[in-house]
Design a protein around this ligand. Structure first.
Ligand code: PXP
Length: 240
């Protein structure tokens, strides 16, 4: 059975919209775990646009499932990870101007530097996952760095405009998963998955964990709206 890692970045996005203390992603992680989350994922971005250093340090102390730290493969981030000791690290490409992670990382173009980073992290007992597109060259390159995992980028599948394209992208994810497993890698996937498109990806043989964020935070805002309004009515009446 595929497991579910909850990406809570966008709880922090709402907080940072006001630079206040609510909603606290640390509280969201506790509730996500009560709901059955198998892991908690956060992306500490270079520009700290959502998750803050304070969040990852508190999450390290409070997360009871496993903490997956997404980060760019930079020495600043490696130093943070070595101090924090998350359960694993997912290395992602990062551009300041992007709204979200736009594509998989290019391991082929940076193999030596990236292998050194994997050695630093895994040498400190922090397993590494590479967030890559489902392309055989990138998968083989990921394996050659010694990393334990890959996370296949499901964005092209999620963004497919028609059924034929979606089927083609699903087939690429299935093939990529098999190539990776044959190369000795464990396989996760994520990005752009929703309540409507997740099932076929969850059925891919050998798939271990899906990392899902935006659609879950979006639904949480909506399913919580009625109760939140009722509670504000009570607060206005001094009855909360
Ligand atoms: N996996 C990775 C590597 C990501 O960068 C993200 C987005 O931060 C996700 C999964 C989750 O994507 P989404 O928020 O679209 O579910």
């Amino acid at each position: 059975m595929v497991t579910l890692g909850i990406n809570i970045d966008h709880v922090a996005t709402i907080r940072q919209a006001r630079k206040t203390v609510e909603p606290d992603p640390v509280a969201a992680a506790v509730l996500a775990e009560l709901g059955g989350a198998d892991g908690i994922t956060v992306h500490l971005r270079e520009d700290r646009r959502h998750i803050q250093d304070r969040d990852v340090h508190l999450l390290r102390q409070t997360v009871r499932s496993h903490l997956n730290l997404e980060m760019a493969p930079t020495q600043e981030m490696v130093a943070i990870a070595l101090g924090l000791k998350p359960d694993y690290v997912t290395l992602v490409p990062e551009k300041r101007e992007e709204v979200t992670t736009e594509g998989g990382i290019d391991i082929l173009a940076n193999r030596d530097r990236f292998t050194a980073i994997v050695n630093q992290l895994q040498g400190a007992a922090i397993p590494v996952s590479w967030f890559i597109d489902a392309e055989s060259e990138q998968i083989e390159a990921a394996a050659s760095t010694g990393a334990k995992f890959i996370e296949l980028h499901t964005g092209k599948y999620a963004d497919a405009g028609d059924e034929a394209t979606q089927a083609k992208e699903l087939a690429a994810l299935e093939k990529g998963t098999q190539i990776a497993i044959t190369a000795g890698l464990r396989v996760n996937a994520g990005h752009g998955l929703t309540y409507w498109n997740v099932y076929p990806v969850a059925c891919i043989p050998g798939m271990e964990e899906l990392n899902i964020g935006h659609t879950i935070v979006s639904r949480a805002v909506l399913v919580g709206m009625e109760r939140a309004v009722r509670e504000m009515k009570l607060a206005i009446q001094g009855r909360l």
